[in-house]
Design a protein around this ligand. Structure first.
Ligand code: NAD
Length: 437
């Protein structure tokens, strides 16, 4: 055992600021409101239902994670956020059509009380969207200052001790890092000049990090994953995580692929297609937003299969990802995967997966867990990229000198070992020699 890391207590109110009050956000908010009133269960949330083994298997110590580390209580959370539409959270949840109207009605007054603050929005970055609830400013710096003023006003109004911001807004167009993103200085000059390389999501991230808030990006946009943001996070001691929540098809991919690789089964092709009919699907119907998503979805297999180490098994893998906007399905996405496998002596096999999932039902517990763990990280003095939260993301943020870890099971081990480390418990290596010596 080592000495535990000092963690400030989780007392007082935790403000959760969500950028974009769409399907994922409203499902998260309504869910937390229902769960804390005992009306529903937090299924899918590690922070609410998960346990952690401590010490040797013979010790039988397996506390719940939220009894082992000091996490905020669900009762202490206050939600707020921004959206380009003016409708309150109840109306937005109805539009999203994820949760049953009867379930929303159980928490209706609390949802109605959450009204979106005017957004920083520019249609150049999300082509298929437009709305009236948008800030005006003389340049992007001015807009960032307005977001900072919103953050401070929210904190004061609700008496919050701490805040966390999560980007749950639409997927922005594909962007690459440029010179504007290199330093805090160049980024701030870019804000002054309303540089095109600064999309709306970066304005929010900048505001959050400057205020020392933890920040996570639930979408695949290039938002906090630039040097200027990392420098800001270090300067203001903000933990950050992202990108793009690992929910439906990619979640299954990072469950199946490590298993095939573990058994050294070759994979010649992996064809993935999806139909979905929510607003996310509509935005992703735009090729520029889809490219951002495609890059994020495609990277996982390359890292898991390590074709440079196993060229015979994975070098020529043909990996295709398609998303088709199909309104009748709403948020209930359907994904098909066809995997062409190669076994002993080169004999071919096929595996088909048909996942009828619910996008936001899978995403909500991830938003909640990210909030809880980022708040914990902040109180434990951990700033910058939180690689231990890779578990939740399709394109995990990582240090430049290492490759991202995509294997769900390694990610979970990393997460739980981080919790053990924080509390001064022995890390679990799974060696287990001591039971047989
Ligand atoms: N399982 C999932 O649902 C899942 C998984 C991974 C990533 N994501 C990503 O999470 C994001 C949210 O997904 P969703 O299903 O809730 O989408 P959604 O379209 O229902 O909600 C997005 C909301 O963001 C708002 N918005 C867009 N730009 C904004 C801005 N600049 N400021 C404030 N609000 C803005 C939109 O008006 C909309 O209400 C998307 O980018 C999606 O790709 C979702």
């Amino acid at each position: 055992m080592t000495s535990p890391v000092q963690i400030a207590p989780a007392s007082g109110k935790l403000g959760v600021l969500l950028v974009g009050l769409g399907a994922v956000s409203t499902t998260t908010i309504a869910g937390v409101l229902a769960i804390r009133r005992g009306l529903a269960r937090p299924i899918g949330s590690l922070t609410q239902m998960g346990t952690i083994r401590l010490g040797k298997r013979t010790e039988n110590r397996t506390p719940k994670i939220n009894e082992f580390v000091p996490l905020a209580s669900l009762n202490d959370i206050v939600f707020g956020g921004w959206d380009i539409f003016e409708e309150d959270c109840y109306a937005a949840a109805k539009t999203a059509g994820v949760l049953e109207p009867a379930q929303l009605d159980q928490v209706r007054p609390e949802l109605e009380a959450i009204k979106p603050m005017p957004a920083v929005f520019d249609q150049r970055y999300v082509k298929r969207l437009d709305g009236p609830n948008v800030k005006k400013g003389k340049n992007k710096r001015d807009l960032a200052e307005q977001v900072i003023a919103d953050i401070r006003a929210f904190k004061a109004k609700h008496g919050c001790d701490r805040l966390v911001m999560i980007w749950c807004g639409s997927t922005e167009v594909y962007m690459k890092e440029t010179a504007v993103h290199a330093t805090i200085d160049s980024f701030e000059k870019g804000l002054d000049q309303s540089d095109d390389a600064i999309p709306s999501s970066m304005v929010y991230a900048y505001a959050a990090l400057r205020e020392g808030l933890p920040f996570a990006n639930a979408a695949p946009n290039l938002t906090a994953d630039i040097p200027a943001m990392l420098q800001l996070a270090a300067k203001h001691k903000s933990p950050i995580a992202g990108n793009d929540m690992k929910t439906g098809q990619t979640l299954i991919k990072t469950i199946i692929a490590p298993g095939l690789k573990a058994r050294l089964l070759g994979v010649k092709g992996w064809y993935s297609t999806n139909i979905l009919g929510n607003r996310d699907g509509e935005v992703l119907d735009d090729p520029e937003s889809f490219k951002t998503k495609e890059e994020s979805k495609k990277s996982a297999l390359d890292y898991i299969f390590q074709p440079h180490l196993y060229p015979e098994l994975y070098e020529d893998l043909c990996h295709v990802v398609r998303i088709n906007y199909y309104p009748p399905r709403g948020d209930n996405k359907e994904g098909w995967d066809n995997i062409d496998l190669i076994g002993w002596l080169g004999y071919p096999m096929q595996l088909k997966i048909n996942f009828l999932c619910r996008d936001s039902i899978l995403a909500a517990p991830i938003v909640l867990d990210s909030v809880m763990f980022l708040d914990l990280a902040k109180r434990a003095g951990m700033s910058g990229i939180q690689e231990w939260l890779s578990f939740y993301f399709k394109s995990p943020m990582h240090a430049p000198e290492v490759y991202p870890e995509h294997d769900l099971f390694i990610q979970l081990m990393k997460l739980k070992n981080t919790l053990r480390y924080l509390q001064g418990e022995d890390l679990i290596t799974h060696l287990g020699r001591e039971y047989y010596d």
